[in-house]
Write a protein that binds this ligand. Structure first.
Ligand code: MN
Length: 283
């Protein structure tokens, strides 16, 4: 099932080229801050799912092309991210002439995971705001994993039971020497979407093509098979650090090919079986 938010805080289920509005069956739905209903939806999904499925059969269909999609998740308790989780990306960051040339670039094994603020989320069609127009700011296309159940100290062997679903994610990053949370935490720096696809539609998340275009230029082209820590190991590590809650979002790291974005650029992330997310950089 593909779950979206759209227009004026509506929640929908995608049916082919259409969306069916299921907002009335979403517990605690309210547009008042803080919007908690998507987290509640994830937590209660096993109970809600049959209602959503029935709604898709009988409900009114609205063409997807006629709605404005929003970030499919709002106010997760946290966003956890893997800093360097693909070898070719590790190599490109420290290569001669690269941003961190000459510096030792470690990996998730040494860095651990870091936090991005939930307020950095943005959705399809959002405008990424560059806080420092004169500093290099990069796209990092990543597979986003939405956690479905509460857990602490989750062993890798059981970690996939804690996955709710997947989404395309951009980890927008100002290059420099400040802590990651600062450089990657600005408003609009975590676009996700276009929907959350539930895990049953993605049998093997470690065998997915992932591509990123800037305008018509293919910049990143890899497979999620290249992760240094796969999703179970990331969940094991993250849940050793903190308690994971339903709706928490895990950014699994970017493959190689990262590069600068500029005002007016159009960024497109495609992940096999997950979807295509397009956002623009504000002028
Ligand atoms: Mn990243």
């Amino acid at each position: 099932m593909k779950i979206v938010r759209f227009d004026d805080h509506r929640v929908g289920v995608v049916a082919g080229e259409d969306v069916v509005d299921v907002t009335r069956w979403v517990p605690d739905h309210s547009d008042r801050w803080p919007e908690t209903y998507m987290v509640r939806l994830v937590e209660d999904f096993d109970r809600i799912r049959p209602t959503f499925e029935a709604a898709v059969v009988s409900g009114e269909r609205i063409p997807l092309a006629s709605v404005r999609l929003l970030a499919p998740l709002v106010n997760p308790s946290k966003i956890l991210a893997a800093p360097v989780n693909y070898r070719p990306h590790q190599e490109e960051m420290g290569a001669p002439g690269a941003v961190y040339a000459g510096q030792s670039i470690k990996s998730v094994a040494e860095y651990g995971v870091f936090l991005k603020p939930p307020s950095s989320l943005a959705g399809p069609g959002s405008l990424i705001e560059l806080p420092y127009p004169d500093r290099r700011t990069d796209h990092e296309g990543e597979l986003g994993v939405v956690i479905g159940r509460q857990g602490k100290n989750i062993p890798a062997s059981r970690a996939m039971d804690y996955v709710f679903g997947y989404t395309c994610l951009l980890d927008i990053t100002v290059r420099g020497q400040e802590d990651r949370t600062f450089r990657k935490g600005f408003d609009t720096f975590t676009p996700i979407g276009p929907w959350i696809v539930t895990r049953d539609e993605v049998p093997d998340p470690h065998r997915l093509g992932i591509k990123v275009w800037v305008n018509d230029d293919l910049r990143q082209d890899a497979s999620t098979a290249g992760m240094i820590y796969d999703i179970p190991r990331l969940i094991e590590l993250a849940s050793y650090h903190v308690t994971l809650h339903p709706g928490d979002l895990l950014a699994t790291g970017t493959p190689d090919g990262v590069g600068p974005i500029r005002p007016g650029d159009r960024l497109t992330v495609w992940i096999e079986r997950v979807g295509t997310l397009t956002v623009e950089v504000a002028r």
